[in-house]
Design a protein around this ligand. Structure first.
Ligand SMILES: [Zn+2]
Length: 98
């Protein structure tokens, strides 16, 4: 937790703020990061990858506005990373193809 602002030295820190990124179609939807399990070499007919996700909390300096983000589920992300999970990479063609 940020106790003192690294920019201005103030102790006036506003902590534990939920970070929202509103989208017109889904309403209030906080942003998150996600790590996804790699498919096994012999992928079964039905296979759903396991995932590890985390949202964020923000800490904002009340004096100068300096802001830091902190992942709320960092331990689970680290565990997943060590198991070989990776951030999913979406190619533009995958999004545009129907
Ligand atoms: Zn500050």
């Amino acid at each position: 937790m940020m106790k003192t602002c690294p920019e201005c030295g103030s102790n006036e820190i506003i902590s534990d703020l939920i970070v929202f990124a509103d989208e017109a179609l889904s309403g209030l939807h906080p942003p998150y990061v996600e790590l996804v399990e790699h498919p096994p070499a012999k992928r079964p007919f039905i296979w759903v990858p396991k995932t590890a996700a985390s949202g964020f909390r923000a800490e904002v300096c009340g004096e100068c506005g300096h802001t830091q983000f902190r992942a709320t589920n960092h331990a689970e992300l680290l565990k997943a990373l060590k198991q070989g999970y990776a951030s999913q990479q979406f190619a533009l063609k995958d999004i545009l193809t129907v």
